[in-house]
Design a protein around this ligand. Structure first.
Ligand SMILES: [Zn+2]
Length: 356
């Protein structure tokens, strides 16, 4: 596994921004974890997903309403992933560990595995963001070249177009492939998974079996295999495309930087927090509808500095983080709208698709 360390700066940016953020929570007398707004989101979206699932299974639809309900189900699952699962897996949903663990299990209900995802996301991605050969989020197979240090192939010329199809099948690949590969190889890209205990083995296998029962066996039994297949693919395509695009807009845009780790130990020339600032970007700041839907993940800069703080606070923290970046002469990457961030992502992927 490539060994990567960060430089410890004396004039620590992280110390300063953390102090300012802590002062905000103290002055406002707020907890860093979720609030009633987040709990309301969970209390509505989880029963809504179950309701739409039953609606899909027990109703008989013509193909247009059927497609629309399946897509809506996919979007509801994505909403849960952004708003509930992501906070819970970072332990920021609640102060109570058991609540976070329970809500984190929504990841299993979506087809993946909370234990594996926490290592992939919280440790590998959040620590080694945009470091090629370590960050699993930029290791999406040979068909996608997401930074200049990845091998170029002629087909990459068209990646800015076909990437959307690959994004669309990304959650299907968790369910059918990558989770099992990680589980059996005990590795997330090049980072080993130290130990999987008996409880985690049990949760992994029972979740996969329950997934097959509820998402495959039962719908085929009630609807027939063709309506199930069409619905299943639509649900996954909606989920995969939305999740991937939102995560890509945070790191794979023109304003962010990339690094690479080799066989020799690598030291990043900044402290970790500055590395996060440079490799992360926000989009559509101030857009309450976007923030509501993506669970504050349009404020990825704040999320990457403070993943243990619930997303419900990011909009308020953005002013502090922005001021601190200016104080330290650091960039505060953002795109004013989702469209501009998406356009930047497409442009970057097009550029990376050219031979260089
Ligand atoms: Zn995160």
């Amino acid at each position: 596994m490539p060994k990567v360390t960060f430089k410890n700066s004396n004039a620590s940016f992280y110390q300063s921004v953390k102090k300012a953020v802590d002062a905000y929570f103290k002055t406002e007398n707020l907890k860093k974890t979720g609030n009633w707004k987040l709990y309301l989101k969970a209390a509505i979206s989880i029963p809504a997903a179950i309701g739409i699932y039953l609606f899909l299974l027990l109703g008989h639809y013509n193909w247009i309403p059927g497609v629309l309900v399946a897509a809506f189900f996919g979007l509801t699952l994505v909403y849960i992933a952004f708003n509930v699962m992501h906070d819970a897996c970072h332990n920021s949903f609640s102060e109570k560990k058991w609540v976070n663990n329970m809500m984190g299990m929504t990841m299993n209900a979506l087809g993946s595995d909370a234990f594996i995802w926490k290592i992939k996301h919280n440790i590998v991605h959040h620590t080694y963001t945009n470091i090629d050969r370590v960050d699993d989020d930029i290791a999406n197979g040979p068909l996608l070249r997401e930074c200049t240090t990845q091998k170029w192939m002629p087909i990459h010329r068209f990646q800015f177009l076909y990437m959307f199809v690959l994004y669309g099948v990304s959650t299907l690949s968790w369910v059918a492939g990558t989770d099992f590969i990680r589980y059996f190889r005990k590795k997330i890209h090049n980072t080993p998974i130290n130990k999987i205990n008996v409880e985690q083995h049990f949760i992994f296998w029972s979740s996969k079996l329950l997934y097959i029962f509820f998402y495959v066996f039962l719908p085929i039994h009630l609807l027939g295999w063709l309506p199930w297949l069409i619905g299943f693919l639509i649900v996954h395509f909606t989920m995969g495309l939305t999740l991937s695009v939102v995560f890509q807009l945070a790191h794979i845009v023109e304003k962010t930087t990339f690094d690479v780790a080799g066989e020799a130990p690598k030291q990043i020339d900044t402290e970790w927090a500055i590395h996060e600032i440079r490799t992360t970007s926000n989009f559509a700041p101030g857009n309450k509808i976007v923030s509501w839907f993506v669970g504050g993940l349009n404020y990825q800069v704040e999320h990457h500095l403070f993943p243990q703080i619930s997303h419900v606070h990011y909009m308020a923290l953005s002013k502090i983080v922005r001021e601190q970046c200016a104080l330290f002469g650091l960039p505060y990457n953002y795109y004013p709208s989702t469209g501009q961030a998406l356009y930047s992502h497409v442009r970057l992927m097009k550029k990376l698709g050219r031979r260089n």
